[in-house]
Design a protein around this ligand. Structure first.
Ligand code: IPM
Ligand code: SF4
Length: 472
């Protein structure tokens, strides 16, 4: 009998091609996702060495970070650096014969939304991308993590990756979530508890009733931010919901291949008695709608709280908090709900899926953006956009005064024209609130789509439960 194994152990074991004395392994890679930012040098390396892409049919590229999201974007990209990167991806995709969704393709979008949507991401796979938020794909019970540009080249050339195994960490969310609490609140609450380094050296498996109860979209939101908690990857065991989501997608297996895949996928769970090196348990009922107040995703508090005093922290965090508050323009002791916002951004690979847009639209229906607040909704892919338009969500956003945009990373990272002005404060559904991330001097408060929608209506950070109470 083999020893009980975790889900991570199983996927790892199934992909080891070679193991060296010191435990370093060569892993087979099932899916390689590529975007324009981290791939140009990798393709250049192949070109110089006269090599081909080893498995073009397993390599999928899409431009997302640098693309404008305005309706006239077919006219091209003004910024030279951005244009060069996107042009290079166009050329590399063509020259190397990989799967490609160019800007003009309705399927184009943020790489982490496109992969699952097109059925490239499947349970039990190893998925890599030159992007830290590759963890998103772990929601399918895939081992998915970010890699650097030199590794991108290695995977392009060999379809393998040199890796050392991480330790196993279990994050269990027990019981039910309370009304107004979402997947985003779970993932932020976990980081608030463990810190941005709490997952360092680990692959996290999220489990428990509250995780099982999440939709696939919600599970992707949770796994997306595993990296913000320092983990190598985050994953969730596949179940009927996973299979249902995958079934019929363009690149999902069909017919007998589907049956065979399903039989394998059903073996992908952590065995009874398997050992975790670290365990964190949070009661679902204890999670409140949260927002970030600082410049790290761990700077998170329930919306009912106040801006903390730097002295309330220990060690190096005291100075970090002081600097954060200074950058964010906040005073200790002020109520989080008294923080006024100038902008609201709904989108990103964390919360740019159809369910996120539905949830935000539900709050915004028949309402208007507070005076002086600008709002932008950026669907995560062209297909999400179409669906949202068909469902009437786009009209709700537009009637509320939001700009309705084309798919891309947009404001999540100031690599395209969508940026905050210095000092501008934004309620955002993205995953990083770092200094200058959304534009130099811009101030970001991370939260769920419903919380962002609530802030849009009132013009300040708002407890979604208060809005819910009003509408009952
Ligand atoms: C540009 C890219 C390499 C980067 C990442 O790795 O995550 C970006 O997607 C981000 O979210 O900061
Ligand atoms: S949406 Fe944001 S977090 Fe996601 S890949 Fe793009 S820049 Fe990175």
């Amino acid at each position: 009998m083999t020893a009980p194994r975790t889900l991570y152990d199983k996927i790892w074991d199934d992909h080891v091609v070679d193991r060296s004395e010191d435990g370093t392994c060569l892993l087979y890679i099932d899916r390689h996702l590529v975007h324009e930012v981290t791939s140009p040098q990798a393709f250049e390396g192949l070109r110089m060495a006269g090599r081909k892409v080893r498995a073009p049919e397993k390599t999928i590229a899409v431009p997302d970070h640098n693309v404008p999201t305005t309706w006239d974007r077919e006219k091209g990209i003004d910024n030279e650096e951005s244009r060069i990167q996107v042009d290079a991806l166009d050329r590399n995709a063509r020259d190397f014969g990989i799967n490609y969704y160019p800007v003009s393709d309705i399927r184009q979008g943020i790489v982490h939304i496109v992969g699952p949507e097109q059925g490239w991401t499947l349970p039990g796979m190893t998925v890599v991308c030159g992007d830290s938020h590759t963890a998103t794909h772990g929601a399918f019970g895939a081992l998915a993590h970010g890699i650097g540009t030199s590794e991108v080249e290695h995977v392009l050339a060999t379809q393998t990756l040199i890796q050392k195994k991480s330790k196993n960490m279990k994050v269990e969310i027990t019981g039910k979530l309370l009304p107004g609490v979402t997947a985003k609140d779970i993932t932020l609450a976990v980081i608030g508890k463990t810190g941005t380094a709490g997952g360092t050296g680990y692959v996290i498996e999220y489990c428990g009733e509250a995780i099982r109860d999440l939709s696939m979209e919600g599970r992707m939101t949770v796994c997306n931010m595993a990296i913000e908690g320092g983990a190598r990857a985050g994953l969730i065991a596949p179940d009927e919901k996973t299979f249902e989501y995958v079934k019929g997608r363009p690149h999902a297996p069909k017919g007998a291949a589907w049956e065979a895949a399903l039989a394998y996928w059903k073996t992908l769970f952590t065995d009874e008695g398997a050992q975790f090196d670290k365990v964190v348990t949070i009661r679902g009922e204890d999670i409140a709608p949260v927002v970030t107040w600082g410049t790290s995703p761990e700077d998170v508090l329930p919306i009912t709280d106040v801006v903390p005093a730097p002295e309330s922290f220990a060690g190096g965090k005291v100075e970090a908090a002081r600097r954060s508050l200074d950058y964010m323009g906040l005073t200790p002791g002020m109520k989080l709900t008294d923080i006024k916002v100038d902008a609201v951004f709904i989108g990103s690979c964390t919360n740019g899926r159809i369910e996120d847009l539905r949830a935000a639209a539900e709050v915004l229906k028949g309402k208007k953006l507070a005076p002086g607040v600008r709002g932008m909704v950026v669907p995560g892919s062209g297909l999400v956009r179409l669906q949202a338009e068909e469902e009437g969500l786009a009209d709700i956003f537009k009637e509320a005064g939001f700009e309705w945009r084309l798919a891309g990373c947009s404001m999540c990272l100031g690599m395209n024209p969508d940026q905050l002005a210095p000092g501008e404060r934004c309620a955002a559904t993205s995953n990083r609130n770092f200094e200058g991330r959304m534009g130099r001097g811009g101030r970001t408060h991370l939260m769920s789509p419903v919380m962002a929608a609530a802030a849009a209506i009132t013009g300040h950070l708002t407890d979604i439960r208060d809005i819910m109470a009003e509408t009952v």
